[in-house]
Design a protein around this ligand. Structure first.
Ligand SMILES: Nc1ncnc2c1ncn2[C@@H]1O[C@H](COP(=O)(O)OP(=O)(O)O)[C@@H](O)[C@H]1O
Ligand SMILES: [Mg+2]
Length: 572
């Protein structure tokens, strides 16, 4: 990932500040030249007036040029900043713990990121093009007025400035809250649609599009209501500002006109006063637009900041992967208890051990907590009680990357990236050669499929692997695990979508590759676990029976009953 160079950032900011100062301060003092010109013309001194006009034109040119340069500078700086922040954000999102994903919708999260980046642009734009120049210009005008000793006008402008500031702040606070609601509703709608798109087949099969459409529209209506409130509040605020401005300018011009009539000020002073009013109009307008952008930006940015507030998984802990360097990759669970939600425990008091080279099997009804066990071993979640030791070291003190690279899981529902078959296998070990990929694929029984596909290994699998059958996806996932060359294989009903013929073939080749590594098998078909060194029977998150196939049959308990039920089905 590319980090924004701090020198590059510093230079960009310095340049930007220079342009902003030029673009704001020069127009604030240039009306002085016009006053000079008018006063000289009253005394018919053309040469001095011409000099003053020339100076004025140069000043206008300079400030316009500075504004253009500022636009270019902002564009460059923003793109560099955006790239760097987008990278940081994506990296953060991809490394959030599993717990985050339990309560967040993908579409909503993506929308929050994209709106958050837009929001950052709005805020920076508002500061650069609206607020900073307006404040600088205001301050310069104040200085000019102090130098000219226009204390009464100064007072008037100060009152205007303060009232404006107060109104501006009030509008800002009330609208940030309203806008947040509106943005939340928009993100929720995207979340619902994304969910429906991910499950498009089910959506169409069950004809849920009307239902989803209704749900989305309800959310959008809620958003629209907030947006309308937002626009109304913005409009009111704008009207108040316009009124305040008109009243102040009226008073100001009257006051100056009166003083010109009494001879206290010159005609040039009146022109100067008018020039300043014109001068003030543009920053005030800019402030108004800036306030809108600022509010929208702050709302979006806060949501992004909240997303980034979720802590990332700490992947690496220095020098903590020592246990993986020696060969004793023993996994021990000691009285492990865990639940996804605080009020519902899923596994209770689990203790067992997987020694190097051993095969441990877990059987049990669906929902009994089998898949939860490997999620705990890989530390997708951490136990609430008890501990997990890897090679004698508590797993929460180990380097996560090292731990996970030592385990390869073939999960129940195999997720594939929308890429080629070969690249889907390569994710397990990106530096492997094509030959190694093909070897792993062959071991996983992919050969016949590849032979039939016109593009072979380079066939695109579609979104989530939609172009492959369940069994084919499983074989790709098995190949992925094989290429990983792990210390521990986890097969979570990994051959459930294969027919028994293919299952036998794949199991045979797997026992070859996994020789030396430990294996954790979760299976429905007991025929695929009967060779295991130990079989654990899980019921509602507790181990109720454990032993070898023969000892469990001899025990005549749950396992024995399951075995008889399955063998009678086999013989039917
Ligand atoms: N991400 C999750 N959030 C909340 N509950 C979950 C989550 N995953 C699984 N569960 C619950 O935990 C229990 C055990 O799930 P799991 O380990 O997947 O069972 P098995 O693999 O034995 O079928 C189930 O009752 C399930 O509802
Ligand atoms: Mg499961």
């Amino acid at each position: 990932m590319r980090k924004l160079e701090s020198a590059q950032l510093r230079n960009g900011l310095l340049q930007g500040a220079t342009w902003i100062i030029l673009a704001s301060v020069v127009p604030a003092i240039s009306p002085l030249a016009i006053r000079e010109a008018v006063n000289e013309l009253v005394t018919k001194d053309f040469t001095t007036a011409a000099w003053a006009i020339g100076l004025y034109v140069c000043a206008v040119e300079l400030s316009r040029g500075a504004t253009a340069a500022q636009t270019l500078n902002f564009g460059q700086l923003w793109r560099a900043l955006r790239r760097s922040i987008a990278n940081e954000t994506y990296d953060h999102l991809l490394n959030l713990p599993s717990r985050f994903y339990l309560s967040h919708k993908t579409g909503e999260t993506i929308q929050t990121v994209s709106e958050g980046l837009n929001g950052l642009r709005s805020v920076l734009g508002a500061l650069t093009f609206g607020i900073a120049p307006a404040v600088l210009q205001g301050l310069s005008i104040l200085v000019v007025l102090i130098v000219l000793e226009r204390l009464d006008l100064l007072l008037l402008l100060l009152v205007f400035g303060i009232s404006y500031g107060l109104l501006f702040r009030r509008g800002l606070e009330s609208r940030v809250a309203i806008q947040r609601k509106a943005v939340e509703a928009d993100a929720e709608a995207v979340g619902i649609v994304t969910d429906a798109l991910i499950g498009q087949e089910i959506s169409r099969l069950f004809g849920t599009s009307d239902l989803i459409g209704k749900k989305v529209d309800d959310v959008l209506a809620k958003g629209e209501k907030s947006w309308l409130a937002f626009f109304r509040s913005q409009h009111t605020n704008h009207q108040q500002l316009v009124f305040l401005f008109a009243a102040t300018t009226g008073l100001y011009l009257l006051l100056v006109a009166y003083r010109v009539s009494t001879g206290a000020l010159t005609t040039g002073d009146f022109v100067l006063a008018h020039a300043y009013i014109l001068q003030i109009v543009s920053p005030i307008e800019r402030l108004s637009f800036a306030s809108r952008d600022l509010i929208q930006g702050i709302g979006n940015l806060t949501r992004l900041a909240e997303l980034l507030d979720h802590e990332k998984e700490a992947l690496s802990i220095d020098n903590r992967d020592l246990s993986l360097k020696d060969n004793h990759f023993t996994v021990q669970l000691e009285k492990v208890s865990f639940g996804y939600e605080p009020r519902r425990q899923v596994v209770h008091d689990l203790s067992f051990e997987i020694r190097p080279g051993e095969t441990i099997a877990i059987v049990g009804l669906s929902g009994s907590g089998k898949s939860t066990i490997w999620r705990l071993i890989c530390r997708l979640f951490d136990p609430h009680a008890g501990r997990i030791l890897i090679g004698g070291i508590p797993s929460d003190q180990m380097d996560l990357t090292a731990l996970r690279s030592a385990v390869a899981v073939v999960p129940q529902d195999c997720f594939l990236y929308n890429d080629t078959i070969a690249n889907n296998i390569l994710v397990a070990s990106p530096l492997s050669s094509t030959i190694e990929v093909a070897e792993a694929g062959t071991l996983a029984g992919l050969e016949p499929l590849i032979a039939r596909l016109p593009n072979g290994w380079d066939t695109k699998v579609g979104e989530r692997g939609i172009r492959l059958s369940g069994g084919e996806r499983q074989r790709v996932a098995i190949a992925r695990a094989v290429l990983r060359r792990p210390r521990l294989f986890v097969f979570d009903e990994a051959t459930s979508s294969l027919d028994s013929e293919t299952e036998k073939a794949v199991e045979k080749s797997l026992s070859d590759v996994s020789a030396g590594a430990s294996t954790l098998i979760i299976a429905h078909r007991l025929s695929s676990v009967c060779h295991a060194d130990e079989i654990l029977v899980l019921d509602h998150g507790r181990i109720i029976e454990r032993g070898t196939h023969t000892s469990l049959l001899a025990l005549g308990g749950r396992y024995c009953a399951m075995w008889s039920a399955q063998s009678s089905r086999r013989h039917e």
